[in-house]
Design a protein around this ligand. Sequence first.
Ligand code: DCP
Length: 260
Amino acid sequence: DKRHCVRCLSSSADDAKLRVKRVSIEGNIAVGKSTFARLLQSACPDWEVMTEPVSRWQNIESETSKDTEGQAQTTVSNLLQMMYQDPQRWSYTFQTYSCMSRLRTQLQPPPARLLGSKGTPVQVYERSVYSDRYIFALNMFELGCINPTEWAVYQDWHSLLVEEFGQQVELEGIIYLRATPEKCMERLVCRGRPEEEGVTLDYLNKLHVQHEKWLVEKSTEVHFEKLKLVRVLQLDASVEFKSDPEVQEQFITKVKNFFE
Ligand code: DCP
């Protein structure tokens, strides 16, 4: 009967949701994650590739006051810029927002197209709640831009959310776009995002070391135990893959083989 059909449908959707393979693309600032994400989306139209909401961090609308007629006055702030201009004041706030917007993306239900696909549905994210914590927030704490109390609070709510959301934030695999910090610096200068003008090679070096500890050495000093088990596909992103169809094809083949 009808109720039975509805139940079947929803249980198969739930089933498919559980089958979704979640993959994140990781790598230093400006290494080319967005370019790679676009590439992946066109090579694998059945997959869902979700990009990072940087523009949301650059345009946060807030209510500042009410005018004489009681109308709300709003202002738009650029939290990315605020964080780079005054890291001690804004890093904690930025990291909170970045992680929250990431969770929101990751918790979105997969589209019907994905759930209806015959093979295993794959959802790809640019970065993850793990790089937020183990790359950026940790680095800011080590630099003294997030103080020990803020760091304790951050880790507390982060662990709670990861535990509570369980499978919905678990990763099947990680694609690590690996390049030298010098190469990333070159690309960063070339793209010229105004907020990142003050980013130094030293800062990119530190982020590189955090990536290596996490994804290559798989150091467990600070990471979630489960993360150690996540498979990592390393791609040499020092080569100019953006404009080289041959390298692009090699990358895509490696990714497909890895997640088959
Ligand atoms: N950022 C941060 N803390 C985070 C996440 C990001 O400080 N938890 C900052 C670093 C960059 C900007 O936000 O200034 C975007 O960083 P990403 O490396 O995530 O994205 P890119 O746009 O640099 O990636 P790519 O150029 O590889 O596509």
